[in-house]
Design a protein around this ligand. Structure first.
Ligand code: FAD
Length: 292
């Protein structure tokens, strides 16, 4: 049962941050409420005050500015999966969004809420890491940009301070000779394993940059730089033969936990399988682009 709480309805970021600063741990931001209200109804968490941020204008837009895609933290998943800028510039993000939860959750649940709740079985954080995204956190009188890989601290824990509001997610548009993919696997309501991959080629078709991230299997999503190093500088063919080893390293780095979703060993194995498929997907997209 939902206990009584007071609802605040600020109309600006500053006002919301001042409320957070004034009420500290007894208050929480309320965006779509799909995680927050569920956890409150089940008595897992309680707050005296919820700060409904949906009256703040301008935080539910997607804009392309100087090669950076700026996504407002209050944008619902459903809007993201249909956004024309994202469809054109970041199709991997649109595909990921299309497979988040179900349509009812996507209609109201926001990208910011997903990231701030830091539920381990979530998709966007893993993909945002390989895309080189930065998360913008604001206080009443200051603002900072946090690289996606530094945002998650542990399960259900981020580096946001109690008086900070996540306002934007900045994602660089994909460079011309680059591709990205996010693949997940699961048979329960939420994903069991997720893998993100970004590859950029130089003009001689060698891999100039590779970014790999794993999520869902362990407490938080993370980059796997050791596995990335195995792909860098390689041709497509050499990289393909290094993928098995890269997958093993990424599987171990996932800090997989055995639970209802499967054993730790099983999840580690799936990381390797998804990494190979993600590489294949990016390679196929590259071939079809160059044959056009
Ligand atoms: C049935 C179900 C299935 C799901 N399946 C998936 C899935 O397959 N993949 C996946 O990735 N996710 C999945 N989710 C998670 C879903 O994406 C989130 O519930 C949703 O995005 C949360 O957004 P919200 O706006 O409702 O957050 P809220 O519930 O409003 O907030 C969640 C938390 O984040 C904080 N918060 C929210 N916005 C901000 C902000 N701007 N700044 C600071 N703090 C903030 C709140 O205080 C709260 O602690 C699933 C959820 C459900 C209920």
């Amino acid at each position: 049962m939902l206990r009584r709480f007071r609802l605040e309805e600020p109309e600006s970021v500053k006002e919301a941050c001042e409320l957070l600063a004034r009420h500290g741990e007894s208050a929480r931001i309320y965006a779509g409420g799909t995680e927050l209200l569920l956890a409150m109804k089940e008595g897992l968490i309680q707050y005296e005050r919820l700060i409904n941020v949906k009256k703040i204008t301008g935080l539910d837009q997607v804009k392309l500015e100087n090669g950076t895609i700026r996504i407002g933290a209050l944008t619902p998943h459903r809007k993201l999966e249909n956004d024309p800028v994202l469809k054109q510039k970041l199709p991997a993000f649109v595909r990921m969004e299309h497979h988040v939860a179900n349509v009812r959750v996507r209609e109201v649940g926001t990208l910011g809420g997903n990231l701030c709740f830091a539920e381990p079985h979530a998709d966007p954080g893993t993909l945002l890491m390989v895309l080189g995204a930065k998360l913008v956190a604001e206080r009443a009188s200051s603002r900072r940009e946090i690289p996606a890989e530094r945002f998650f601290v542990d399960a259900y824990e981020t580096c946001l301070e109690a008086d900070e509001l996540l306002t934007d997610i900045h994602v660089p548009a994909l460079p011309e000779r680059a591709g990205a993919a996010y693949l997940k696997f699961g048979y329960l309501e939420r994903p069991s394993v997720g893998v993100g991959l970004f590859i950029a080629w130089d003009q001689d078709a060698a891999i100039a940059e590779a970014r790999i991230a794993v999520g869902c299997a362990g407490p938080k999503p993370k980059r796997v730089e050791e596995a990335e190093g195995l792909l860098k500088g390689k041709s497509a063919r050499d990289a393909a033969s290094a993928l098995a080893q890269a997958g093993e390293i990424a599987g171990r780095a996932a800090d997989a936990i055995g639970d209802l979703h499967g054993s730790a060993e099983y999840k580690e194995h799936i990381v390797g399988v998804l990494l190979k498929r993600a590489f294949q997907q990016i390679s196929e997209q590259r071939s079809s682009k160059s044959s056009r």
